[in-house]
Design a protein around this ligand. Structure first.
Ligand code: UDX
Ligand code: UDX
Length: 476
C-alpha cells in the first residue's frame, strides 16, 4: 500500500505543525490540510508568515519551505478526501458541555462528522488515522460509522471480522497515531520525537504509516501496538505528566509553610535517575487543551466500568490543580489586606505556557475569574495571545456578562503601561522576555507596597527584593 496523497482534516495546533513537518521531511508526498473554518485556511495561506493562525517557534520556516510545493491548505474538503490515500483526523475533541458525560467525557461530534464525510465522499480505499486524542475504543466507532454511513456491515464487530471491507467494496482501515508534541516546542518534538506510536489491526496499513515516519524517525522509535493500547497510551502519558506537575505542586504548598524551597526539592528529587528531572517545575497549575481533558476522560472511562478507586485516584490530579490555582488567587487577596476591590492587578502572561498563543485551560483564566469575583481591576499583557482570545476565554466561563468582563479587565500591549499604578503583579506565564524588563522602573511606577506574585518562579527573588518589591513565589 503506497501512500502518495495525504489529507488532514483540522488545521489546528496539532494538524498544522504535524502536516507541515511531514511535508518538509517527505517532499514526495502531496499533503492537503483542510478545515471546516475557512478563515483558518486563509490564515494558513496568508502572505505574512508571522501571522499564521498558530504560533510555534520554527513553524514559519517549515511552512515557508513546503507550502505550495507539496503542502497545501484548502477549503475544498470533499476533494481532498476524494484524492487522498490516507486521511488524518486532527479535529478538536473538547470535554462535553452538555448531556451525558457533561464536564467529563470527550465530545466526539467533530470526529464523528469527519468519519461521516469520509464515508459519504470516498470512492477508493482509505487509511483513516486518528490523530485527535480520543477515548479508548473510538476507533471502533469510527469504523462503525464508515461502514454504516456507507450502507455496509451492521455493526463494528462484523466490520472488524470483515477486515474493514465495506458495502461499496471500499476498504477503510483505521489507525490510531496519537500526537505527543508539546506546544511551544512542536516543531522540534515532531522532528525528533521520543517515539511515534501507531496502533492498528491491519499490518499493511500500519506499514504504510510506518514508512512515512521512517523518512526521518529511527526505526526503534516507532512503536506499533493494537488500536486500544495506542488510544489508552496517549491518555496515560498525559495523565502521568499531569500527575508529576500536581505532585510537585502539592509539595510547593508544603514548602511554603515549612520554609523549604520547591526548586531545591525538585532538583534533589529529580537527580534520582529513576525519577528524572523533567516536569518538576512548580507552577500556578497546569493548563493546555490536553491534560485536564484527557484525565477527565480517563476518569469517565474508569467510572463507566465501575472502577471507582481508579477514577478517584486520577481525579485527584485535577482537584489538586484546581486547588493550586485557587490558592494562588486567595494568596493575592489575603496579602492585599483582604480586599482587591478597585485595585489594579497586572497579569504578566495569559498563555498556558510560554512560546505559544494558545490559552486553552490556562491557569490565568481561573485566577482572573477568582479576582474579578472580588472586583479587582485586572490588566493583562501577553506577547502572543490576542485580546479577542482573552475576552473569549473569560466570557466562556459565564461568571459575569461580557460587558462586565470588559469593564473590569483591560488588555495592554505595552508591559510598562500594564504595570503602571498597579498594586500587584501576578506572573502567570513563564515568557522569557518578562525577565528582561526594566524592573526598577516598573517598581517606581507602582503603588507601594509593590507586590509580585510569581506563579511560575520565573523572576530572581533576591533581585526583586533588592529593588524593593514584596516578592512571593509559589513554592517558597
Ligand atoms: C488537538 C487534538 O486533535 C485534540 O484531540 C487534542 O485533544 C488537542 O489538540 P488542536 O489541534 O489543538 O486539537 O485543536 P484546534 O487547534 O482547535 O484545531 C482543530 C481544528 O479542527 C480547528 O481548526 C477546527 O476548525 C477544525 N475542525 C473542527 C474541522 O475542520 N472540522 C470539524 O468538524 C471540527
Ligand atoms: C502536553 C503533552 O506534554 C504532550 O505530549 C501532549 O501531546 C499534549 O499535552 P502541552 O499541553 O502542549 O503538551 O504542554 P506541556 O508542556 O505538557 O505543559 C502542560 C502544562 O503543564 C502547562 O500549563 C505547563 O506550564 C505545565 N507544567 C509543565 C508545569 O506547570 N510544570 C512542569 O514542570 C511542566
Amino acid at each position: 500500500m503506497e501512500i502518495k496523497n495525504i489529507c488532514c482534516i483540522g488545521a489546528g495546533y496539532v494538524g498544522g505543525p504535524t502536516m507541515s513537518v511531514i511535508a518538509s521531511q517527505c517532499p514526495h508526498l502531496r499533503i492537503t490540510v483542510v478545515d471546516s473554518n475557512p478563515e483558518r485556511i486563509d490564515a494558513w495561506n496568508g502572505p505574512d508568515l508571522n501571522k499564521l493562525p498558530i504560533y510555534e517557534p520554527g513553524l514559519a520556516e517549515v511552512v515557508a519551505e513546503a507550502r505550495g510545493r507539496n503542502l497545501f491548505f484548502s477549503k475544498d474538503i470533499d476533494r481532498a478526501i476524494l484524492e487522498a490515500d490516507m486521511i488524518f483526523i486532527s479535529v478538536n475533541t473538547p470535554t462535553k458541555t452538555y448531556g451525558k458525560g457533561k464536564g467529563m467525557a470527550a465530545d466526539l461530534k467533530f470526529v464523528e462528522s469527519c468519519a461521516r464525510q469520509i464515508a459519504a465522499v470516498a470512492t477508493s480505499d482509505k487509511i483513516v488515522v486518528e490523530k485527535s486524542t480520543i477515548p479508548v475504543r473510538t476507533a471502533s466507532s469510527i469504523k462503525n460509522i464508515l461502514t454504516q454511513a456507507d450502507g455496509g456491515q451492521p455493526d463494528g464487530q462484523a466490520d472488524e471480522q470483515a477486515g474493514g471491507r465495506m458495502g461499496r467494496g471500499i476498504n477503510f482501515h483505521v489507525l490510531s497515531n496519537p500526537e505527543f508534541l508539546s506546544e511551544g516546542t512542536a516543531v522540534q518534538d515532531l522532528l525528533k520525537p521520543d517515539r511515534v506510536l501507531i496502533g492498528g489491526d491491519n499490518e499493511e496499513a500500519i506499514q504504510a504509516l510506518t514508512a512515512i515516519y521512517a523518512h526521518w524517525v529511527p526505526a526503534e522509535r516507532i512503536i506499533t501496538t493494537n488500536l486500544w493500547s495506542a488510544e489508552l497510551s496517549k491518555l496515560t502519558a498525559n495523565a502521568f505528566l499531569a500527575q508529576r506537575v500536581s505532585s510537585i505542586n502539592a509539595i510547593s504548598e508544603l514548602c511554603e509553610v515549612t520554609g523549604a524551597d520547591v526548586d531545591e526539592v525538585a532538583r534533589a528529587v529529580g537527580a534520582d535517575s529513576r525519577i528524572g528531572p523533567k516536569f518538576l517545575k512548580a507552577s500556578v497549575g497546569f493548563g493546555g487543551s490536553c491534560f485536564q481533558k484527557d484525565i477527565l476522560n480517563l476518569v469517565y472511562i474508569a467510572r463507566s466500568y465501575q472502577l471507582h478507586a481508579v477514577a478517584d485516584y486520577w481525579e485527584q490530579v485535577i482537584l489538586l490543580n484546581r486547588h493550586q490555582r485557587r490558592r494562588f488567587a486567595d494568596k493575592i487577596v489575603r496579602t492585599l489586606y483582604d480586599t482587591v476591590s478597585g485595585k489594579k492587578i497586572a497579569f504578566l502572561g495569559w498563555a498556558f505556557k510560554k512560546d505559544t498563543n494558545d490559552s486553552r485551560e490556562s491557569a490565568a483564566i481561573y485566577v482572573a475569574d477568582a479576582l474579578l469575583a472580588e472586583e479587582a481591576e485586572i490588566t493583562v499583557c501577553d506577547p502572543r495571545v490576542s485580546s479577542a482570545r482573552i475576552y473569549a476565554d473569560l466570557d466562556a466561563l459565564g461568571s459575569r456578562s461580557p460587558e462586565e468582563n470588559r469593564r473590569l479587565l483591560k488588555v495592554e500591549k505595552d508591559p510598562y503601561d500594564t504595570m503602571k499604578g498597579a498594586y500587584a503583579i501576578a506572573v502567570l506565564t513563564e515568557w522569557d522576555e518578562f525577565k528582561m524588563y526594566d524592573w526598577p522602573r516598573i517598581y517606581q511606577n507602582m503603588q507601594k507596597p509593590a507586590f509580585i506574585f510569581d506563579g511560575r518562579r520565573l523572576l530572581d527573588a533576591q533581585k526583586m527584593e533588592s529593588i524593593g518589591f514584596d516578592y512571593y513565589a509559589i513554592g517558597g
